[in-house]
Design a protein around this ligand. Structure first.
Ligand code: PMP
Length: 401
């Protein structure tokens, strides 16, 4: 009888790990995940760590999905997404942010905004191209820029300037290899927003150096003191900006995995080429749920935003009252208090806060060099949890100081 010989020697795992591409070996797993593995399974811990709303997706959205399943809607959709969803996205972008896109070829639906970010980096980055990223920034930007062959250039968006990107800092970072600028306002982790006036000098630099902008506007709905302004709305910017957004945050739909990209048709066609060979399409049920959210879910989104606004006041005032200086977050659902005066590094502070007070928050350094000296706390948690977290933090600060 023919015997199958073992294909690999016993000690194959070390040999196999050498076969993993160097770029992948070199990047660290998400600092947020690594940190939260430490608190996993500990029921007493209050988590202010995860960047997602604590609301369940509204009932009518879930019901629309159940009805679609019962009708047997289980097939692939067109690569770029359901045409009716693209139409709704185009209408929504126009009505909410004044950006006019053709639904046919200037909108593609992706697997979360995460896929759209990756597609854009894959489509536009050639080896050695420099990708400029304000620091602090969302944890995924630098690894995906690196994985796609980009060279990361961090630009400080410091607390002293309200965590905004400034023209001076951007100008200094420009070289002949500069290709992409990735921006995210309202910002994760700082809650900073940019006004039209803030964007004006940035847009001039971008045009002068022929950069492409990836504008991650996943928190565009969550601005508390002013309306969101997209850099794409400035003169001459729409054609060179890919607006990336999705349903995870404003519509409490993180698990449905639906996002989108809007922009210049040639640039989007390049992204679509990759999308059709890799994801093929975003999940059909997620797309149906997203369609329902845009058609009938705008009041739910407004209600959740009001809850976040109240929690912001409660939490930020609470932080200040226990002696933690906190820049007023004007968007998203994160507070980014400074812990500099404690003399501790953010990693040590967060670890001790977790172990000694049972509160999980993310050390600022995981968001880039500009994040050191801070702590990211998500206030997308119930007011009772936020109050309890503040009480524990107060106790911790008293013992520590
Ligand atoms: N961008 C930012 C700034 C985020 O905070 C997140 C989620 N934490 C994403 C993108 C990814 O969101 P999605 O669920 O749409 O992939």
């Amino acid at each position: 009888m023919y015997k199958i010989k073992p294909f690999l020697p016993q000690d194959s795992s070390a040999q196999l790990s050498e076969r993993i591409a160097p770029r992948v070996r070199e990047i660290a797993p998400s600092g947020i995940r690594a940190f939260f593995d430490l608190s996993a399974g500990n029921n007493g811990v209050i988590s202010l760590g995860v960047g997602e709303p604590d609301f369940t997706t509204p009932e009518h959205i879930r019901a629309a999905c159940i009805r679609a399943l019962e009708r047997g809607e289980t097939m692939y959709t067109p690569n770029a997404g359901l045409p009716e969803l693209r139409e709704e996205i185009a209408r929504y972008q126009q009505e909410s942010f004044g950006l006019a896109y053709h639904s046919q070829d200037e909108v593609i639906v992706t697997v979360g905004s995460s896929e759209a970010l990756d597609l854009a980096l894959r489509a536009f980055t050639a080896p050695g191209d420099e990708v400029i990223i304000p620091s602090p920034s969302y944890v995924a930007y630098s690894p995906i820029a690196y994985l796609n062959g980009g060279t990361l250039v961090e630009v400080e968006a410091a607390a002293e300037q309200g965590f905004k990107l400034t023209a001076e800092a951007l100008e200094k970072a420009i070289t002949p290899r500069s290709k992409l600028l990735m921006v995210n306002f309202p910002n994760n982790p700082t809650g900073a927003v940019m006004s039209y006036e803030d964007w004006m000098p940035i847009a001039e630099i971008v045009k002068a150096h022929n950069l492409i902008v990836l504008s991650d506007e996943i928190y565009a709905e969550l601005t508390y003191d002013s309306r969101h302004v997209s850099i794409a709305s400035l003169p001459g910017m729409k054609e060179r900006t890919i607006v990336i957004s999705g349903f995870s945050k404003a519509f409490a739909m993180t698990g449905w995995r639906v996002g989108y990209a809007c922009g210049n048709r040639e640039l989007l066609a390049a992204m679509l080429k990759i999308h059709q060979y890799t994801a093929m399409c975003a999940p059909v049920l997620g797309q149906i749920a997203a369609l329902e959210s845009l058609r009938h879910g705008l009041p739910d989104k407004d209600h959740m935003k009001e809850c976040f606004r109240q929690r912001r006041s409660l939490f930020v005032e609470g932080l200040r009252s226990i002696g933690l200086h906190c820049h007023e977050p004007q968007g998203a659902f994160y507070a980014f208090p400074s812990i500099r005066h404690t003399g501790m590094r953010s990693e040590d502070f967060a670890l001790r806060l977790l172990r000694e007070a049972g509160v999980a928050a993310v050390p600022g350094h995981v968001f880039g060099t500009g994040g050191e000296g801070h702590l990211r706390c998500s206030y997308a948690a119930s007011p009772a949890k936020l109050a309890e977290a503040l009480e524990r933090m107060e106790g911790f600060m008293k013992v520590k100081m």
